[in-house]
Design a binder for this molecule. Structure first.
Ligand code: ADP
Ligand code: ZN
Length: 525
């Protein structure tokens, strides 16, 4: 349909009446040969923004996508609509590849999907030079940002596209959009002059809830039974082992669940994925390897049993819920151990210093979101550079059951003093558990062995319970008043801690609300 009006293509090929969000403007920009940087949440309708211009402009639209596993599905869906689409990647038969190459050079194709690593190969570059290119679409463009949460080195090579084909319009798309990531995409992909299209990132039908992790298995079962019986949803876990364990747990308890992680062989993964997409009411228990590009409209909940590494990751993963616009829940259970584990992963990662610093900053922002006493949605949108919304969304746990806060300065001083005393014992390092036992005056083996019952801080914190102390440790971490390091999650003071110990700084702490709010689920049976 070269030369057709975009809205005609929308109606005749895709079967939709009107454009959504800024789709019409974005498409016009591309059709007239301009570059665009598109920031739109998951489910916003990004694909049409490059598919329609690729159909309307002469030549083939080349789509760079990291989602090799989904290329076949994407291409099948387009072909079913009558769009001439194909892909070239490492998983494909030689003959199939040959066929695609021929279709590309002869121009018998509207869209060609490529993995980013393909552009590193001289063969692919030579192929691209033999055909006519309508546009380049760079999907999941945040993967180019080293500061971002999902960096893929192959993406850095994409700047070559502009160097070799300066006149071909480019569109970069992502559902991640902190201002820092946005700017980094523009710089690294040479898109400084591209017009930016920024949609609202609010997902009003998703209810955000973050609870302290006590016994995660029981908490998860309770959440599923009381609020999401029979619903399809995703449960994210950090490790493959906990994916396996959790999937078994759900099945044992009568909840149909499937595992998904990179350790499973490709055929099991794709079988589980297609069952999740096609059947009703299945729960996918997965690592974050699962979900990018998955288009299932009726995912009713996304549960996290471990702390996501960044607010961007949390937003993207939870964003897979409720694409159909109906009420859905994003539920996260997190505890101190998560923080210890993730700090350790950052310390031991082989990333360079800048990247490690970025990872630590991402984690801090995520912690701050977990420990906030104000609206989670408002805080998240502000983080994405989208302030000015309602200060109270009315659909997150802190809005529904506002946590009370109290002057925790004295408690914080006690906690920090205990950390300071332990810090003086040079050769030994202690985590939160030991510090809390000391504050509560518990004569455990470890306390007596190290003579910690002799410390002046022993037993000075009986006014708070163990879980309240754990909450205090998490909040001091989130406020930068404590740091954690090493295998055992050793607690350390920070520069800011001194101001608290020196009585120059007040500390407000939140009390965990007595009960979790129930979702009103008027729109679903
Ligand atoms: P994203 O890539 O931003 O996550 P998609 O491009 O997958 O979003 O679109 C999400 C869903 O919305 C898809 O099912 C798509 O067919 C549908 N959609 C996109 N644009 C429109 C439109 N203008 N009218 C109706 N449905 C649309
Ligand atoms: Zn809120």
């Amino acid at each position: 349909m070269v030369g057709a009006a975009p809205v005609e293509v929308l109606r005749r090929l895709f079967g939709y009446d009107t454009f959504r969000n800024q789709q019409a403007e974005i498409i016009d920009r591309l059709v007239s040969g301009g570059d665009a940087l598109v920031l739109m949440p998951t489910g916003g309708g990004k694909s049409l923004c490059y598919q329609i211009p690729a159909i309307v402009r002469p030549g083939v639209g080349v789509v760079i996508s990291p989602l090799i596993a989904l290329m076949q599905d994407q291409v099948d869906a387009l072909r079913a609509l009558g769009v001439r689409a194909g892909f070239i990647n490492s998983t494909q038969e030689w003959s199939e590849r040959r066929e695609m190459e021929a279709a590309f050079t002869s121009g018998d194709l509207d869209l060609l999907y490529l993995a980013p690593e393909a552009l590193g190969s001289p063969n692919t570059m030579r192929l691209l030079e033999r055909g006519r290119i309508a546009l380049f679409a760079i999907d999941e463009a945040h993967c180019v940002a080293q500061w971002g949460h999902d960096f893929r080195p192959d993406y850095l090579g994409l700047s070559v596209l502009h160097e070799r084909w300066p006149d071909v319009p480019r569109i970069a798309l992502t559902a991640t959009a902190t201002t820092a990531t946005r700017d980094e995409i523009a710089t690294r992909l040479n898109l400084a002059d591209a017009q930016r299209f920024v949609a609202s990132f609010d997902r009003p039908n998703i209810q955000y809830r973050i609870v302290p992790k006590k016994s995660p298995a029981t908490q998860l079962l309770e959440f599923l039974r009381t609020e999401h019986k029979g619903d399809a949803g995703i449960v994210y876990c950090l490790s493959r082992a906990s994916v396996e364990r959790t999937a078994e747990l759900l099945v044992e308890n009568g909840i149909p669940a499937l595992p998904y992680h990179a350790g499973l062989d490709a055929s099991t993964r794709s079988a589980n994925q297609s069952r999740f997409l096609r059947e009703d009411g299945l729960v996918m228990v997965a690592t974050i390897a699962f979900g990018m590009g998955i288009d299932k409209p009726d995912v009713r909940f996304v549960a996290h049993l471990d702390l996501p590494k960044s607010v961007e990751g949390y937003y993207q993963e939870t964003g897979r819920a409720g694409r159909d616009g109906l009420p859905s829940t994003a539920w996260l259970a997190y505890g101190l151990q998560d923080v210890v584990q993730q700090r350790k992963m950052i310390e031991t990662s082989d990333a360079d210093r800048n990247r490690r610093r970025a990872l630590a900053a991402h984690l801090d922002a995520m912690l701050a979101l977990c420990e906030t006493v104000s609206c989670r949605r408002a805080q998240m949108l502000a983080y994405f550079g989208e302030p000015g919304g309602e200060p109270q969304c009315g659909n997150c746990d802190t809005c529904l059951t506002p946590p009370s806060s109290f002057d925790g300065t004295v408690a914080a001083q006690k906690l920090l003093s205990a950390v300071l005393r332990l810090d003086r014992e040079r050769n030994q390092r202690f985590g939160a558990g030991q510090v809390i036992d000391i504050l509560l005056g518990r004569q455990t083996d470890k306390v007596t062995r190290f003579r910690h019952d002799q410390l002046t801080v022993f037993g000075i914190g009986t006014e708070l319970s163990e879980s309240e102390w754990r909450g205090a440790v998490r909040q001091l971490l989130a406020q930068g008043l404590l740091a954690v390091e090493g295998d055992y999650g050793t607690l350390l003071l920070t520069d800011a801690s001194r101001a608290v110990l020196g009585k120059e700084r007040q500390v407000m702490l939140r009390r965990d609300p007595p009960k979790t709010p129930r979702q009103s689920r008027a729109a679903t049976p």
